[in-house]
Design a binder for this molecule. Structure first.
Ligand code: ADP
Ligand code: MG
Length: 262
């Protein structure tokens, strides 16, 4: 589904350059739920911008379903951390979710059907007519997720989508992501700085080092597919995996290669 090959990104400007990504290579198979975890500032957002065609890499490439990414790919949706900025406050919830479907030029009846299905999937069937500013932060992020899934992307990218909500809401939204992934047969690349969240959600965790950033480890999460907040997090294997990821990130910090040629 997605191949990231020797991706490197150097930001240039104002006489200063920042090597955000050194050399990233990993793959995401069709139907996988992969988490990418790394410390703040290690280049996670930069990576997603390159993957979604918003930013051109300095070198290396991104290939999506066999096609190199240059502009924004049609079969991809992105959910960002700042839900407040991603919804239009003057449009109802239903209109927000419908917007990308209009760009797809689908007939009105079909659009309404998809909006209803997506809002139902995120538990907001009764919020069609509400405005985003009338909803809590967690509900706004549900709307953003509904908009992404209504679009029926082949791959969904999520960039620290729950960083700004409270712990309770966050746990609910994590379970929502697992449900949507299972129910809509979607490929998901979920980016987070939160080690627990990465292990809880992912089938695999790609661990990034701090800058200059490389893939430190690509770890299979061998927890049962059926996960829930109480029992999964209480399993000894969960604690082991979390400890392992933490160690790898610490190790990456200690052995960070020197920034080259920038
Ligand atoms: P993360 O999402 O992991 O927190 P980012 O991708 O946002 O990390 O940033 C990685 C590095 O690149 C940081 O050092 C950041 O300051 C730098 N950076 C991000 N965007 C820009 C930009 N537009 N211009 C220059 N440097 C940037
Ligand atoms: Mg970021």
């Amino acid at each position: 589904m997605l191949e990231v090959e020797h991706l490197r990104k150097i930001y240039d400007g104002h006489g200063r350059s920042v090597e955000a990504l050194r050399d990233l290579t990993f793959r995401v198979g069709a139907g996988e739920l992969v988490c990418l975890v790394g410390p703040s500032g290690c280049g996670k957002t930069t990576l997603l911008k390159c993957v979604s065609g918003l930013l051109a890499p300095t070198s290396g490439r991104v290939v999506l379903e066999g096609t190199p990414v240059s502009g924004a790919p049609a079969n991809m949706a992105v959910v960002l951390q700042e839900y407040g900025r991603s919804l239009f406050p003057w449009m109802s919830v239903a209109a927000n979710v419908e917007l990308p479907l209009k760009q797809k030029k689908l007939p009105a009846a079909r659009r309404r059907e998809m909006v209803a299905r997506a809002l139902e999937a995120v538990g907001l069937s009764d919020a069609h007519a509400a405005y985003p500013w009338q909803l809590s932060g967690g509900m706004q992020q549900r709307v953003a997720i509904a908009r992404a899934i209504a679009y029926e992307p082949h791959i969904l990218l999520m960039d620290e989508p729950f960083a700004a909500v409270d712990a309770q809401t966050r746990a609910e939204l994590e379970d929502l992501v697992r449900r949507i992934w299972a129910g809509f047969a979607m490929t998901i690349l979920f980016v987070t700085h939160d080690i627990d969240e990465a292990v809880y959600l992912g089938q695999r965790v790609v661990i990034l080092s701090s800058s200059p950033t490389i893939v430190q480890e690509d770890l299979a999460v061998d927890l049962p597919a059926e996960r829930d907040q109480l029992t999964t997090r209480a399993q000894p294997r969960f604690t082991e995996l979390r400890g392992h990821v933490y160690e790898q990130i610490q190790k990456a910090k200690a052995t960070a290669p020197p920034a080259a040629g920038v």
